[in-house]
Design a protein. Structure first.
Length: 407
């Protein structure tokens, strides 16, 4: 979402005549687009702001702006905590910020500048902002607000503009993307995807992130039936224990989640499945954690993102005891990673000998080998020459837990 926000801010800067994305050494204004989902993300932003304070002192007239989820969380208090910051603005409502910047640099601006040439093949397109769920660990509803869907017309027009600039793959974004509803027609995500599918020149679409509760049969049918829809579903489960899911207020049972995955696999041949796990949530016992390991073992996801629970101010869980010691959280995290490494490796190795479709996104810095991703999202290195933007069908020759090699 921050990548998408950054792209959108770049467009707005270009519109008022500032050149976005220049190297920091040449820049007058730095904008930090922050994340607040875990304390670690906030710490990273804080250290970046520290580095930028030095950058600012190196030349007169430089300024620092901070936006994103930390700005929504802390607001103007950031200006006191980090005196080097000049602006804090809400990424959902940046008009006031742009008006100030425009006024400030008015004498030096000569109207819109072109955006950097479109070397972008894959783009993120937010389709729904905010989240109406209230998972007890999560800060997102507080910093991103309630759900607001954009209209199908607006989204399709944006995808059309992106394709005209060379984009071939879009990822439709939302914190709870499958609760998308067109504000006028009530069209759901499956209906939106059908419209996006008709944009000429678009080769692939994906969507991120879905709530397990809303993974409807219509959506699964859309993944199977639409030529551009990639066979990939990211469905965060967070825990394999019903008791833990209850404390997290996830509003589904492990059994229901399993049934959703079974339906997804039965509907979409070759579907890649991924998930998110939080280890060490409040009162997570060893047997509860083992339930998570058991689920991972049974389901055999292709990819698992695992995080240690990080208490977030203002959330319901913030008031609970963060009682799993850090060392134990780290240990559980390692156990998940270890298990998943063998599962991912097994699943990728099973692909050796089969054909994959790769959209070439770049070339390795060391050996110049082309790489890209398959429809299922697997990073794949190609052994024969190919140009960025090529859509290549190749046979998988070897595989590790993280990537494929094809020729
Ligand atoms: N809307 C998505 C996820 C949004 S946040 C969903 O429903 O799952 C992205 C991921 O960050 C989550 O899936 C979760 O695994 C992780 N996360 C969110 N809050 C967290 C916290 N307080 N501590 C650790 N991980 C967290
Ligand atoms: Fe956070 Fe996702 Fe739950 Fe929304 S559905 S509160 S974004 S974890």
């Amino acid at each position: 979402m921050n990548t998408a926000d950054t792209g959108h801010l770049a467009e707005q800067f270009a519109e008022i005549g500032l050149v976005p994305g220049v190297p920091l050494a040449d820049a007058d204004l730095a904008v930090v687009v922050t994340c607040a989902v875990r304390q670690h993300a906030e710490d990273k932003a804080a250290s970046k702001i520290g580095e930028l304070a030095l950058w600012k002192r190196q030349r007169l007239g430089r300024a620092i702006a901070v936006t994103g989820c930390m700005a929504a969380e802390h607001g103007g208090s950031l200006l006191t905590r980090f005196p080097a910051i000049d602006y804090v603005f809400d990424v959902r409502d940046p008009d006031g910020f742009f008006a100030r910047v425009r006024d400030l640099y008015a004498g030096a601006l000569e109207g819109p500048v072109p955006l950097p040439a479109g070397d972008q093949l894959c783009a993120y397109v937010p389709v729904i902002h905010g989240c109406n769920e209230m998972c007890t660990y999560c800060i997102v509803p507080f910093v991103r607000g309630r759900e607001r869907s954009r209209s199908v017309g607006e989204i399709v027009a944006e995808v059309g503009r992106l394709v005209a600039r060379g984009v071939r793959e879009v990822t439709l974004l939302g914190q709870n993307v499958n609760s998308y509803r067109d504000p006028d027609s009530g069209a759901d995500l499956a209906a939106l995807m059908a419209q996006v599918d008709r944009v000429p020149g678009l080769w692939r679409q994906r969507f991120l992130t879905s709530h397990p509760r809303n993974a409807s049969p219509r959506l699964l049918d859309a993944i199977r039936d639409l030529p551009t829809a990639c066979e990939q579903l990211h469905l965060p489960v967070q825990s394999g224990s019903d008791a833990c899911l209850g404390r997290m207020k996830r509003e589904y049972s492990v059994r229901a989640y399993r049934a959703t995955l079974a339906a997804a696999r039965a509907t979409v041949p070759g579907l890649a499945l991924s998930t998110d796990i939080i280890v060490g949530f409040c009162q997570e016992t060893e047997p509860e954690f083992q339930d998570t390991l058991r689920l991972l073992d049974e389901v055999a996801f292709d990819v698992v993102h695992v995080q240690a629970y990080s208490p977030r101010p203002g959330t319901a869980a913030w008031r609970r005891d963060d009682d799993v010691p850090l060392a134990e959280k780290k240990h559980r995290l390692q156990r998940v990673l270890q298990l998943q490494r063998t599962i991912s490796e097994r699943r990728n190795r099973a692909l050796v000998g089969s054909a994959v479709e790769v959209l070439v996104e770049g070339h390795g810095a060391d050996d110049g080998r082309p790489y890209g991703r398959t429809r299922q999202g697997r990073v794949t290195w190609l052994e024969s020459p190919a140009a960025v933007g090529d859509l290549v069908t190749a046979e998988v020759r070897s595989a590790t837990a993280w990537q494929l090699v094809a020729a």
